[in-house]
Design a protein around this ligand. Structure first.
Ligand code: FAD
Length: 505
């Protein structure tokens, strides 16, 4: 006989992860729809704050918002959001280098192969401008233009994607209001004890400092780096990846907004890490991510503050972390989502994406009260594949460096890397191909942005791309280039587009 459906889900933690889990679950089980009901309860501590950073996202955040039925313009107003076309990398690879990792392709596919594979052939033959000329997102970013993609037929007007920058605190508050409006219950209190069933080790309840006991069938651990349930009660081991991703510290500071309002994140490499710049409507978010074995916190502050382009609004806030992941994010009736499940450092803004995918998978694999182990195994298999694939992509940023101006960069250039990444680099170097290990992480065009951004050309390209006549290909690339440049120039500036969205409310 099959087990009973869930009666009550308890979410532990009210940071970005907690409310991102609560909102779709509350909607799924909202009251008044009849049929099976399941309570959604979220516990957050007034004493233990949230991490309060996490302001840059990836394009699938839009699908997450749309599933909730969130009005795009209202979201932009309430979270002080701006649009993000990708990331500009400065001084990565070597000092003075810059490149862009944009959302979208390098032109429409040609004969069922990605346009970049033909670009590689033409570049090797000579006389080809940078690949970035064929990335609509990159050209728009360079011109500081933005408009949402338009039209059904493939064209430069829709050959790009976009994500958002937003105020993390405002986004969590926005989702909190949504979740509560859809029937989620919020409990304020600090959990001091976790009660497990003696017969099978399932979590039965959590206890708050004031003595309240909150029981449930399924517990979602969104308690951040603490991992209150997944680590504390379930003892799921943490895989430490700091030998490959050595940064372990960050300082964050907001500053006054400056003009123009740019539609991209900036990541600038520094002697022991890198800094971020995230433009929002009401301020600019800044941070310095570094390894404290290679620099002091004082020096890290100095580097961060020296790079600000607006008046600092506060003193830098210090954060520490260890890169890696929880080997099993789902154990028995506990599922870790957010920082409790792992952290890969913020370089490619992947944490919120991992929350989106974690919550999506949990809903897809929603258990009954017995929490069948096969569901947990499937969830863990897919999370592991995604984490490892993103891990390799982030390591690539460091490993391809030619910088030797500091001990940190010398370590990165020489460090051993996972076999999966070694394979990727060899495949690309020797044949101009990119293997995709996980369709839910970065795809081929992203890897190409990185390889070419670091100046790495393969020694050979696909034989198939030599089948087309060279001049016809050059003419094709010329036409696409002109169309992209012409389209981008007709778009409003990013600041004007944001103002138009807000004015239409
Ligand atoms: P937290 O925000 O730490 O929330 C934990 C919650 O658990 C809090 O509500 C707390 O009150 C509660 N809690 C803890 N213990 C208890 C207890 N005993 N009782 C009751 N409640 C408890 N991600 C991106 O996608 N893009 C970025 O640009 C980005 N930048 C980042 C930069 C840095 C330096 C760092 C460190 C992270 C960044 N992230 C980024 C990651 C992002 O901040 C997190 O993934 C996201 O905020 C989710 O955090 P969380 O909700 O898991 O944890």
């Amino acid at each position: 006989m099959q087990a009973q459906p869930l009666r009550k889900i308890v979410i532990v933690g009210g940071g970005t992860a907690g409310w991102m889990a609560a909102a779709p679950l509350a909607k799924l089980f909202r009251h008044g729809d009849g049929g099976h009901r399941c309570e959604v309860v979220l516990v957050e501590s007034p004493e233990i704050g949230t991490i309060g950073v996490g302001e840059a996202t990836l394009p699938p955040i839009r699908a997450y918002n749309e599933t909730l039925g969130i009005d795009g313009a209202d979201f932009i107003r309430r979270t002080q959001a701006t649009f993000k076309l990708g990331i500009e990398f400065k001084d990565w690879g070597r000092l003075g280098n810059r490149f862009f990792h944009g959302f979208g392709n390098f032109g429409p596919p040609i004969a069922n192969r990605p346009a970049w594979s033909y670009w590689l052939r033409l570049r090797q033959a000579g006389g080809m401008p940078s690949h970035e000329e064929w990335s609509t997102a990159t050209v728009m970013a360079r011109l500081n233009r933005f408009r949402t993609p338009q039209g059904e037929q493939p064209s430069p007007s829709n050959a790009y994607s976009f994500a958002f920058h937003f105020d993390a605190g405002l986004y969590a508050a926005y989702l909190r209001d949504f979740a509560i409006a859809h029937g989620a219950q919020r409990i304020e209190g600090t959990i001091v004890d976790v009660e497990q069933r003696p017969e099978d080790g399932f979590v039965a309840a959590v206890r708050l400092r004031d003595g309240r006991r909150i029981d449930g069938d399924l517990f979602i651990d969104c308690s951040g780096f603490r991992g209150l349930l997944i680590d504390g009660a379930m003892k799921s081991p943490f895989e430490d990846w700091s030998r490959w991703l050595p940064v372990n510290s960050a300082q964050a500071v907001p500053c006054a907004r400056v003009e123009p309002l740019t539609p991209y994140t900036v990541s600038a490499a520094k002697p022991a890490g890198w800094t971020w710049r995230i433009p929002l409507q009401h301020r600019t978010g800044n941070g310095h991510v570094y390894c404290n074995a290679y620099t002091s916190d004082e020096e890290a502050s100095r580097v961060l503050l020296a790079g600000l382009d607006g008046q600092a609004q506060d003193a830098p806030r210090q954060l520490r972390f260890t890169t890696g992941r929880r080997r099993e994010a789902w154990v028995k009736n506990v599922v870790a989502v957010g920082l409790s499940s792992g952290f890969l450092e913020p370089l490619e803004s992947t944490s919120i994406q991992l929350i989106v995918d974690g919550v999506g998978r949990l809903i897809e694999l929603l258990p009954r009260r017995d929490c069948q182990p096969s569901l947990a195994a499937e969830f863990n298999r897919r999370m592991a594949r995604q984490y490892e694939s993103i891990r390799d992509f982030i390591i690539l940023h460091y490993k391809l460096t030619q910088r030797d101006d500091s001990p940190f960069w010398r370590y990165c250039a020489a460090m051993p890397i996972p076999e999966t990444l070694q394979h990727q680099i060899e495949l690309y170097r020797s044949s101009g191909r990119v293997a995709i290990l996980d369709p839910d992480s970065f795809l081929q065009d992203s890897w190409i942005s990185l390889y070419l951004g670091h100046g790495l050309m393969p020694t050979a390209c696909e034989p198939g791309v030599e089948l087309l006549e060279e001049q016809a290909l050059r003419d094709h690339f010329g036409r696409v280039h002109a169309a992209i440049a012409g389209t981008a120039e007709t778009m409003p500036t990013h600041g004007d587009f944001v103002a138009r969205v807000l004015a239409a409310l």
